[in-house]
Design a protein. Sequence first.
Length: 63
Amino acid sequence: MSDDAGDTDSCLTDATRPPRADGPPYADCVLCREPTEYPESYKGITLCPVCEWQEAQRTACSG
């Protein structure tokens, strides 16, 4: 797992991201149903950039 700060964090997650799509059709976000950046053929949970960011904020370590 790559860490931009270069330090180790006690709140590591092993979240795997789906592969980015080269073009349409895109998968729908499982929360808001907006198009995501991921291929429609991906099997699993896909989030749009907004929901992905909100989920990251919600699950981030508080320190």
